[in-house]
Ligand binder design. Structure first.
Ligand code: NDP
Length: 277
């Protein structure tokens, strides 16, 4: 059973979802990728993260295929390029994403990163898409505290999440951003929770995990998911990985294990610029 967390308006979403960056790019067998996404949905990882950027639309098409027949049980997240976040272009970008996804609504539509379009214009465009029913919630990605402050000043109080780079090696957000979001009941969405696969190969994590019957990847993911109001969106193109990732949410890490991890991957000691990939 996957735990859930609340968006600011009280709607709950699973804390473990599925990422799709680098899927549908010919790196893997398409049938395997489809099988992985469908297995994840069957296991309850019904929050699926994609973006118009991924494979220039190909990932959204793959997701559309994966959710055909079970759209209503999925919480769909997609993202718009910053240069599409204007009053004129956001509706077009959203319509194109909806077409590729084969659905009439995106559950959570994010500004992929901050660009040059004034935030007030993007907020108004998001609100209009919401009023018209094309999206159900909107949010941002890669926003530091100062960006979030600007967003609120631009009328963006309905922002439902901030999707950020967060994992054992990238703990900078703990200094200021995560407390800022928590104070406003905005959940964070951790991307690259396994460090783009790097943490799965970390021998120190393997050693700690071995004592618990876990792989390094499961341990890294469990650590992220152990934080309150945190949604993790690992990408797993192989059905086997999807299955083992589920185990990470079923685990409560003991204080001793957390302490061991803290020693290997210490928290920030000062404010750090928000990193992104
Ligand atoms: P992840 O940290 O999710 O790592 C993905 C890698 O980990 C893949 O190589 C995958 O292998 C491997 N992996 C997954 N599960 C396991 C497992 N159980 N054991 C061993 N290896 C495993 O990196 P991503 O960068 O993909 O981040 C996740 C998602 O976050 C993206 O797909 C995307 O949706 C989103 N994202 C958002 C960004 C933004 O700017 N907003 C930026 C980057 C990502 P395999 O595929 O072979 O299963």
């Amino acid at each position: 059973m996957i735990p859930r967390t609340n968006l600011p308006d009280g709607e709950s979403v699973p804390t473990l979802g599925q990422g799709t960056w680098m899927m549908a790019e010919g790196r893997r067998d398409r049938d395997d990728e489809l099988a992985a996404l469908r297995r994840g949905i069957d296991l309850g990882m019904t929050l699926i993260d994609t973006a118009e950027m991924y494979g220039e639309g190909a990932a959204e098409e793959l997701v559309g295929e994966a959710i055909a027949g079970c759209r209503d049980s999925v919480f769909l997240v997609s993202k718009a390029y910053p240069w599409n976040a204007s009053a004129r272009d956001l509706p077009r970008a959203c319509a194109a994403s909806l077409r590729r996804l084969g659905t009439d609504r995106i559950d959570l539509y994010l500004l992929h990163w901050r660009g040059d379009i004034p935030l007030a214009e993007t907020v108004a465009a998001m609100e209009r898409l919401r009023d018209e029913g094309h999206i159900r919630h909107w949010g941002v990605s890669n926003f530091a505290v100062a960006d979030m402050e600007d967003l609120l000043a631009a009328g963006g109080w309905r922002c439902a999440t901030n999707q950020i780079l967060y994992n054992l090696e990238r703990r900078g957000p703990e200094w200021d951003l995560l407390p800022w979001l928590a104070a406003r009941s905005i959940p964070a969405m951790a991307y690259s929770p396994i460090g783009q696969g790097r943490l799965a190969r970390d021998p120190r994590l393997s050693a700690i995990g071995a004592k618990l019957g876990l792989t390094a990847a499961q341990l890294a993911l469990a650590w992220v998911l152990n934080r309150p109001a945190m949604i993790g969106i690992p990408k797993a193109a192989s059905p086997a990985h999807v299955g083992t990732n589920l185990r990470a949410v079923e685990l409560g890490l003991t204080r001793e294990v957390v302490a061991e991890l803290e020693e290997l991957f210490p928290p920030p000691r000062q404010a750090e610029p928000l990193e992104m990939i």
